[in-house]
Design a protein around this ligand. Structure first.
Ligand code: ATP
Length: 493
């Protein structure tokens, strides 16, 4: 802020400065990178407001800047969602730009974590639900926030949450205002695709929400490092570990933080998982009394896949990197609820395994049983539109390739039966409960994970260009046996 602006912005003892002949400045609410936020009084309506006084970015032309802010913030100001801070007015006056908005008497999520440390999982989930709703509303109107971060999320004691600063990052991120190569936004909360130079997508806001919820749940930032360069490197290359939460909340956070935007979980999946987490606390879910160092390390589950490409993002980022890093062996993925009555014991397939599983294509349906010694393959595959006993509702690509081509695959060691089982159960459980299987059908179904046997894992592919047989398959069957008369999953076959 220039000296002149600071002088103008300082409230005078004689009743305060008045903006636009209407808003009396009463005092300071806070300040951030872009300027000061004042508590003000709207003399016309007779209510208190918050007034954000924006500082002109270095090198920006005043008229261009205020024009851009006026346009972007006014567009965003039309958004109507209980979790979006309402913008009342945008004023350019005396060389400054003022955004007059709803006054929110609540700390930011960043303040809350600074004061209290990690928040209870249910509160984190409830905050996530509301921000998700705000983002869904904005994205449906074609508006991407571009700077979702804990400092822009205000969370009141009444449980209400408000997301602020819509339009500002877009206004500032203008080539005429910002030197090329400058990153607009907060690096530690910026999605990997944006760091790679891509335009901000709705999914980029979802990633940032994941990073904000990670902070709320863990009390530390997922990717903050001592230098900006190290932070950016971490966002691109690292997979964070959740130590305090598990179950649906962990799945939601890690699903939002999937590196590739097309592999990130959808609003529906995230909303569903956060909804469950907001209502119940999974066993061991609240561990905030435990010091992180003494808490058991748990990895979150890989997110439900939306496409093979999407899963590759998840598998590549989570299974590949974590497997190679030894984390698969050392830690636990999100353990599926062992008491889930719908989950049947996991079975192994392939050489030396419980059964043979060689489907002709992905997402198949079968007439046959998942029993020791049985074989499922092209012979008993049926169309999923016809009645069938078994239906594949999700599956991973070949695991453990490390993301660097097939030649590396053979060198990724078998992770062990127990870690593989835990991983598979977490994956299938999360996918089953997060919308892949029709909600109405779920109560009548059981699900089960199939994992490769050690011999199957270690067997090299027949042809050099093929993937090794290392997929996890998730299948549903009718509770107590019997025929499913139609497809119960949402997969496109
Ligand atoms: N609508 C509002 N009602 C009440 N207080 C607000 C409002 N908007 C912002 N504040 C307060 O002003 C502080 C500064 O907000 P501001 O948006 O300028 O900073 P920031 O988001 O922390 O950082 P940056 O400018 O880098 O985005 C916030 O931390 C919050 O306490």
């Amino acid at each position: 802020m220039t000296e002149e602006q600071t002088r103008q912005a300082t409230p005078r003892p004689d009743g305060g400065r008045v903006v636009a002949g209407r808003y009396t400045i009463l005092g300071e609410l806070g300040r951030g990178g872009m300027g000061v936020v004042w508590r003000g009084h709207d003399q016309v309506i007779g209510r208190q407001v918050a007034i954000k006084e924006l500082r002109l970015p270095d090198g920006a032309e005043e008229a261009v800047f205020s024009g851009r802010v006026l346009r972007e913030v006014r567009t965003a100001g039309r958004l109507n969602d209980p979790a979006i801070v309402t913008v009342f007015d945008v004023v350019a006056e005396d060389g400054a730009t003022f955004i007059v908005m709803e006054l929110v008497e609540a700390p930011t999520l960043g303040d809350l974590v600074r004061r209290h440390g990690p928040l209870p999982p249910q509160q984190v989930a409830a905050i996530g639900q509301q921000v998700l709703s705000a983002l869904r509303t904005a994205h449906a109107a074609g508006i991407v926030h571009r700077d979702v971060k804990p400092g822009n999320i205000m969370a009141g004691a009444n449980g209400r949450v408000k997301l602020t600063d819509f339009g500002i990052a877009t206004a500032i991120d203008d080539p005429r205002l910002t030197a090329s190569g400058t990153i607009v936004g907060s690096p530690a909360f910026m999605a990997p695709e944006r760091l790679a130079g891509h335009e901000a997508l709705p999914a980029s806001d979802l990633w940032s929400l994941g990073a904000a919820l990670f902070l709320a749940a863990e009390g530390v930032m997922a990717f903050e490092r001592p230098t900006t360069a190290a932070t950016l490197h971490a966002i691109i290359t690292e997979v964070p570990y959740l130590t305090r939460v598990q179950g649906p909340l962990a799945s939601a956070i890690m699903g939002l933080l999937v590196s590739k935007p097309e592999g990130r979980i959808s609003y529906d999946q995230a909303g569903h998982l956060l909804g469950i987490a907001a209502q119940n606390t999974p066993p061991g879910g609240i561990t905030s009394a435990v010091h992180p160092a003494s808490a058991p390390t748990q990895f979150a589950a890989a997110p439900a896949r939306r496409s093979r490409r999407g899963w590759w993002a998840a598998a590549g980022a989570l299974a590949g990197v974590v497997l190679l890093a030894g984390g698969f062996l050392a830690g636990q993925w999100w353990a599926a609820d062992p008491g889930d009555p719908a989950m049947l014991p996991t079975m192994t397939y392939g050489q030396g395994g419980d059964l043979q599983f060689e489907p002709n294509r992905a997402y198949s349906c079968f007439n046959g049983r998942l029993q020791t010694g049985y074989s499922l393959g092209a012979d008993n595959e049926v169309s999923c539109d016809k009645s069938h006993e078994l239906e594949v509702y999700d599956e991973t690509d070949s695991l453990g390739q490390g993301g660097s081509g097939h030649s590396d695959a053979a060198f990724v060691a078998y992770p062990g039966a127990e870690p593989l089982r835990r991983y598979a159960e977490a994956f299938c459980s999360m996918s089953f409960h997060s919308g892949t299987v029709a909600e109405t059908a779920r109560p009548g179904l059981d699900y089960r994970a199939l994992v490769p046997s050690q011999a199957a894992w270690e067997q090299p592919p027949e042809r050099s260009y093929e993937d090794p047989v290392r997929s996890v398959h998730c299948l549903v069957s009718k509770k107590g046996g019997g025929q499913l008369t139609e497809a119960v999953t949402h997969k496109v076959r």
